[in-house]
Design a protein around this ligand. Structure first.
Ligand code: GYE
Length: 334
């Protein structure tokens, strides 16, 4: 189960209180109807969900979690795969508004450009829940809550591990970075957290940083370019496992040994990534859980009933070294 925390100071007190109440098993709900809510009469909740795509192992596990949890919660799910395109997501959300679903949930492929369609949902009286990724809209009343990980923290944890590993390095440590798709919250935030952490040691330098779109193919292709352009690469930081896995092929093809010649750090901790870590091909993973379905369905029920929910609900995550991956792998759920 995820645990509630907050990113921004104004919400901290409320969310800490909510966290305490939820951990204690007490519903953290007020009675006030904040205006969110489709019709409350038929009992059955219909959710329109717009998914980013199927770009990674993380995404596949997330989709499965959402579909299974909707079925288990008795929520009718309308599901659309946007194939990593914002225009497809906007179209899907407009369809859901037209169909008068009770709740709209989506994982925004990029952070910007949502105000108009979110306003349309609000005007139609349909509550919106952001899941996995957030938007940068200034008007926080356009959605009820954001359920997902702290991506800045994931990047920071990755960077802090590297700082510790390289603390006795006497010369420059050359880092290349594979970013997620341009404009996505996890790409922006992981880059930021990592960059801030490695600033602790001026020897650690990002010599190249390019988007690999969170896919294996993207990771492989961009890593090939990096290897051609830079003879000395000491570290790869990939914003997800899949890009790291794609990069492994490029590194091996270039005659280098991943995990030894090049230290590899990724984010997610899906099974294939954890296997690479256990095998010593990756060196460190910051976890990001895709199992958001149960909490999402719970939130959908609450907002449908007009209950108050915390503005930010953060999933709990950890980190893995090779030894820890070996231990965790047999029980890994995704
Ligand atoms: O890390 C990546 C996926 O938004 C947290 O999207 C998600 C990211 C995840 O494609 O693998």
């Amino acid at each position: 189960m995820g645990k509630m925390r907050t990113q921004s100071a104004p919400w901290r007190a409320a969310a800490v209180l909510a966290s305490v109440l939820l951990v204690g098993g007490v519903a953290a709900c007020g009675n006030s109807d904040t205006g969110g809510g489709g019709s409350k009469d038929d009992g059955k909740i219909t959710m329109g969900f717009s998914q980013v795509g199927a770009e990674s192992g993380w995404r596949t596990a997330n989709t499965t979690s959402i579909k299974e949890s909707a079925a288990a919660a008795g929520i009718e799910l309308k599901f659309d795969d946007a194939q990593q395109k914002q225009e497809n997501q906007i179209k899907a959300i407009r369809n859901y508004i037209q169909q008068k679903v009770d709740v709209i949930a989506f994982s925004p492929v990029v952070e910007s450009g949502w105000d108009t369609v979110l306003k349309e949902a609000k005007d139609a009286g349909i509550p919106v829940i952001l899941t996995d990724r957030s938007v940068d809209s200034a008007d926080k009343t356009l959605y009820k809550t954001f359920l997902g990980s702290d991506f800045v923290k994931e990047g920071r944890l990755a960077g802090e591990w590297l700082v510790e590993q390289k603390k006795s390095a006497s010369g420059p440590v050359n880092i290349v970075e594979l970013q997620g798709n341009t404009g996505a919250a996890p790409a922006n935030d992981r880059k930021k957290g990592f960059g801030e952490a490695i600033a602790a040691n001026p020897n650690l330098k990002i010599i190249a940083s390019q988007p690999g779109d969170f896919t294996r193919a993207g990771g492989k292709q961009v890593m090939e370019q990096f290897l051609k352009a830079y003879p000395k690469i000491d570290v790869l930081f990939a914003h997800n496992d899949d890009m790291g896995l794609g990069a492994l092929e490029a590194i091996t093809a270039a005659g280098k040994t991943p995990g030894k010649d090049i230290t590899i750090i990724t984010v997610d901790a899906v099974k294939d990534g954890m296997q690479a870590l256990a095998d010593g091909k990756f060196n460190f993973i910051a976890e990001c859980s895709p199992l958001l379905g149960p909490q999402l369905m719970d939130l959908a029920k609450k907002v449908h009933e007009g209950q108050e929910v915390p503005a930010r609900i953060e999933t709990e995550e950890t980190t893995f070294t090779t030894e820890q991956a070996k231990e965790a792998l047999p029980n890994r759920k995704y």
